[in-house]
Design a protein. Structure first.
Length: 248
């Protein structure tokens, strides 16, 4: 029976939700606050001050705006790291192998037999996606461990010009596909914990790109195209994270 002390699948799901909201609303709000504060700094003018004094005041206001935004962004990044670590800890515990020696040996034996059956299907021409969709728990655990290496061995890099378009199967994507099926077959709490981590895997690359783009705006190193470039990079990261396992 699966038991977990400390953070559980509910906490993991809540952490992923918080990260989603961080990307959708909190970072956008921070960007607006910084922009408004910098605009106020750049347009500040006190008629009772000299031009030199006004310039100093503008510089001080801009520096204060960036310092406040940096502190806010540091807090958000720290919270992001803590939430991601919590999700992964919960998922790792939920999918950990049996701790008892006898139970572990029995599980390894079942999974070895399951892999032999799965490999026979793959060798006979079944696609990896077909095998994954028809797999039971033991087979999915076996596939998670063995399928990336198997698929890599089936894709030998060609010689000459044909090598230009060659791409080895991405092991992370293979494992991700297996784990999506595994999350649907595990008992409810374990499946929810693993699903939270898979949702984190899909969310985090784009979130990190957004954080990096905002960091450049905060520290003043961003160029005129930074916002658009960051948005495009985050979108590409989202697409890559969500890409399915290739059929071939």
């Amino acid at each position: 029976m699966f038991t977990l002390t400390g953070p559980n699948h509910i906490d993991a799901g809540a952490a992923v939700h918080r990260l989603t909201e961080t990307r959708k609303t909190e970072l956008a709000a921070l960007r607006r606050r910084l922009s408004d504060a910098l605009t106020a700094a750049h347009t500040f003018r006190d008629p009772d001050l000299t031009d030199e004094a006004n310039n100093r005041r503008r510089a001080d206001m801009a520096q204060a705006a960036r310092a406040q935004a940096a502190a806010d962004l540091d807090r958000i990044e720290a919270q992001t790291n803590q939430a991601a670590a919590l999700v992964r800890t919960v998922a790792d515990k939920a999918t950990a192998p049996p701790s008892g020696t006898a139970e572990q040996l029995l599980a390894e034996t079942r999974q070895a037999r399951a892999w032999d059956r799965a490999r026979s299907l793959l060798d006979a021409g079944r696609t990896a996606q077909d095998v994954i969709e028809g797999a039971d728990l033991d087979t999915l655990y076996a596939l998670r461990a063995e399928l990336p290496t198997y698929l890599a061995a089936q894709h030998t890099k060609p010689q000459g010009m044909a090598a230009a378009d060659f791409a080895e199967p991405d092991p992370a994507r293979v494992v991700h596909t297996v784990e999506r099926a595994l999350a649907d077959r595990l008992p409810a709490e374990q499946g929810a914990a693993l699903r939270a981590r898979l949702n984190l895997d899909a969310l985090e690359p784009g979130l990190r790109e957004t954080l990096a783009g905002l960091r450049r705006e905060v520290d003043g190193t961003a160029d005129a195209g930074n916002a658009l470039r960051s948005a495009v990079a985050a979108r590409i990261a989202d697409q890559q994270a969500a890409a399915p396992l290739p059929a071939a």
